[in-house]
Design a protein around this ligand. Structure first.
Ligand SMILES: Cc1cc2nc3c(=O)[nH]c(=O)nc-3n(C[C@H](O)[C@H](O)[C@H](O)COP(=O)(O)OP(=O)(O)OC[C@H]3O[C@@H](n4cnc5c(N)ncnc54)[C@H](O)[C@@H]3O)c2cc1C
Ligand SMILES: *[C@@H]1O[C@H](CO)[C@@H](O)[C@H](O)[C@H]1NC(C)=O
Ligand SMILES: *[C@@H]1O[C@H](CO)[C@@H](O)[C@H](O)[C@H]1NC(C)=O
Ligand SMILES: *[C@@H]1O[C@H](CO)[C@@H](O)[C@H](O)[C@H]1NC(C)=O
Ligand SMILES: *[C@@H]1O[C@H](CO)[C@@H](O)[C@H](O)[C@H]1NC(C)=O
Ligand SMILES: *[C@@H]1O[C@H](CO)[C@@H](O)[C@H](O)[C@H]1NC(C)=O
Length: 554
């Protein structure tokens, strides 16, 4: 096999590398707690800052700098006063710890947050002067063989299932289930936690066939804003069960455990490809539009994957022999339960031929590298998302249905052109399709944006900025907002995926939840009349606003 670089999801390390090199000597801080013993702690903090695991295993630290208001970056020239971090953390290992923390916050009007891993792209797992419930050590996993009977239900749900505590991360589940020859619909990074992932919706390489993570949920245990510990499923507390499958984290209560359907671990056929040309060739966005027009049929045929669209990207095979800069589509695709390369090539080659015919002046090439993996876990151990944490970046999201992808190709190409001028690239997650459209979630529905049920792809854009630099922050938001506008023009009637979206998304209630918002709001008012849980952008947060780190009545 040629060794193409293992692929990294959105995080772009370029800026960071510079940053790291500038930081000659580490001086400050560690995730907000003040240590007098800096001399031995700091090198480890600096070394860990760009890894997901460092922030996951720290009680207060989060993956993206700006959400702590850059108030304790461990690099020279940056002050560390910890003002952006919680004041106290409950290291919860039992449901009782969660209950007492929630009750305390409710009774004393203390700002409350929940931190699982701190991966959140919209900053919901941290707040200044707050009490934080840290669920990391709630790591219990239990297997249910053959069937699972939700509490209060008369009959059992057939099939194997697994119950995961709130602190369980993706890799814990995959490791646990691998010996059974099974897996779950889980996220791309080993370190993402079930708490935020599932309450936001949860997409996966396996969703195209099996539905979203919320579609796998059989039962949830929840500590409500009153501090009660309840079971929510299709027979009990149905409203909370519905709302917490997609209505967002830290809004309706604290998930203490979740029971999920497990699925047989598939064989994975994996392809990395570059469908494109040199960055100076004509018709690059036309080639991209052609590829996008094929996505619905590729998805219907079982292909899933992550692809990157850019007019200019570094040649993944290196500058020699090819040109250093390419334009087009770079990506990784998977096909399950086959190890026949032809199954994959037969889907892709007609597209390459069509592109070569339609754009003869563009010298279109296709560099597929195909690998075979015997199980999901074998594949995941190589192709999990191992990007970098510790940067400052804003994300944006938009879901695309078939009409956007297969509509007027010229118009699509022109919009891709504008978009890529603004943010450089578009990341297209081919993680929806049949499995999501035809899912039969328990209780008849979930709270995720209805747009998921008709969209083939979830797209993200991202824009990094320099920490503690207000003008660079403003520049990045401006570029991101302009690009989001283009995405919204492309798909005016869909929505966005809350977990990988823009914190300051306009019209966020409608964008993240569509027609589900009204019911979500009613449930929020019912279970949390005192707004014990507050975050932004989160259901029902309209009665308060954040002013210099404090919550004030609107
Ligand atoms: C590297 C990376 C890869 C990703 N890959 C995927 C992917 O493949 N698919 C996908 O769908 N998403 C993906 N995401 C997005 C991910 O789903 C969100 O970042 C999600 O919010 C992470 O949840 P968490 O619990 O790990 O993080 P946290 O930041 O700890 O929590 C996120 C939100 O959930 C709340 N929360 C956490 N635990 C609980 C709980 N027990 N009860 C109630 N609320 C809780 C928090 O308060 C916060 O509001 C990825 C993110 C990153 C950074
Ligand atoms: C949190 O609790 C766990 C389990 O009891 C313990 O191992 C860990 O050291 C605690 N962490 C901190 C920072 O107190
Ligand atoms: C290729 O690009 C040129 C210049 O933008 C454009 O005029 C032409 O229509 C494109 N060709 C196709 C087949 O789209
Ligand atoms: C077309 O692309 C191939 C592969 O990158 C390259 O070897 C060849 O020189 C290119 N031809 C032209 C005319 O650009
Ligand atoms: C802030 O970022 C801008 C680019 O947006 C840059 O020109 C400027 O030098 C930066 N300021 C500092 C203090 O680094
Ligand atoms: C963030 O930090 C800046 C100082 O760098 C301060 O002026 C500002 O008030 C802080 N914001 C919040 C919300 O605390």
């Amino acid at each position: 096999m040629t060794s193409l670089p293992s692929l990294k999801l959105p995080t772009i390390a370029l800026y960071l590398v510079q940053f790291l090199c500038l930081a000659a000597v580490p001086v400050n801080g560690n995730g907000g707690r003040h240590h007098s013993s800096r001399s031995y702690k700091c090198p480890a903090v600096v070394a860990g800052w760009f890894t997901y695991d460092f922030h996951t295993s720290d009680p207060t630290s989060i993956q993206w700098n700006q959400f702590s208001n850059d108030s304790c970056l461990p690099f020279e020239r940056y002050p560390c006063d910890g003002s952006g971090y919680p004041a106290f953390v409950v290291n919860a290992t039992e449901v009782e710890h969660v209950r007492r923390a929630v009750k305390f916050a409710g009774k004393n009007d203390v700002r409350l947050v929940v931190k699982g891993t701190g991966h959140d792209f919209i900053g919901r797992s941290i707040a200044p002067n707050s009490l934080s419930i840290w669920t990391h050590y709630m790591k219990d996993i239990e297997y249910h063989k053959g069937s699972f009977r939700p509490r209060g239900c008369r009959s059992s749900i057939k099939g194997n299932a697994v119950t995961a505590g709130a602190g369980v991360q993706m890799i814990d589940l995959h490791d646990y289930l691998d010996p059974y020859g099974e897996t779950v619909v889980g996220g791309g990074a080993k370190s993402v936690g079930v708490g935020g992932y599932i309450t936001g919706g949860g997409h996966s390489m396996l969703s195209t066939r099996n539905g979203l993570a919320v579609d796998q949920v059989l039962e949830m245990e929840v500590v409500t804003p009153d501090g009660d510990h309840i079971t929510a499923n299709e027979c009990r507390n149905e409203d909370i069960f519905w709302a917490m499958r997609g209505g967002g984290g830290s809004t309706f209560g604290v998930l203490t455990s979740v029971t999920l359907r497990v699925i047989p671990s598939p064989k994975m056929l994996h392809m990395i490809f570059m469908l494109g040309t040199t960055s100076t060739a004509p018709n690059i966005t036309d080639i991209q539009a052609l590829f996008l027009s094929k996505v619905p049929s590729l998805s219907d045929s079982g292909l899933a994957g992550y692809v990157w669209l850019a007019k200019e990207m570094v040649n993944p095979a290196g500058p020699d022999p090819g040109p250093p800069l390419l334009g087009g589509i770079f990506g990784m695709l998977t096909l399950q339960d086959t190890d026949d390369e032809k199954d994959m090539l037969n889907l892709m080659e007609p597209i390459v031929e069509e592109a070569a015919q339609r754009f003869p002046d563009s010298n279109v090439t296709f560099g597929p590298v195909i690998e075979k993996y015997g199980s999901f876990q074998d594949w995941y151990s190589v192709y999990h998302d191992n990007g970098a944490a510790g940067s400052s970046q804003w994300l944006g999201s938009r879901l695309f249905g078939e009409d956007t992808l297969t509509g007027d190709a010229g118009e699509l190409a022109a919009r891709l052109d504008r978009l890529e001028d603004l943010t450089g690239q578009l990341m297209v997650y081919m993680v929806s399709g049949k499995g999501v459209f035809e899912a039969e979630p328990r209780g008849g529905g979930t709270a995720v944006s209805p747009a998921w049920r008709t969209s083939y792809v979830h797209n993200t854009i991202g824009e990094q900025f320099a920490p503690r630099n207000a003008s660079d922050d403003a520049r990045s938001r401006e570029a991101l907002e302009a690009a989001l506008e283009v995405l919204e023009e492309m798909a005016p009637d869909t929505g966005a995926y809350v977990n990988e979206a823009y914190k300051y998304q306009h019209d966020w209630q409608q964008t993240f939840w569509g027609e589900n918002y009204e019911r979500l709001l009613a449930i929020k008012r019912d279970v949390d009349p005192k707004d014990v849980f507050w975050c932004h952008p989160c259901v029902g947060n309209e009665r308060w606003e954040e002013v210099e780190g404090r919550l004030c009545r609107v």
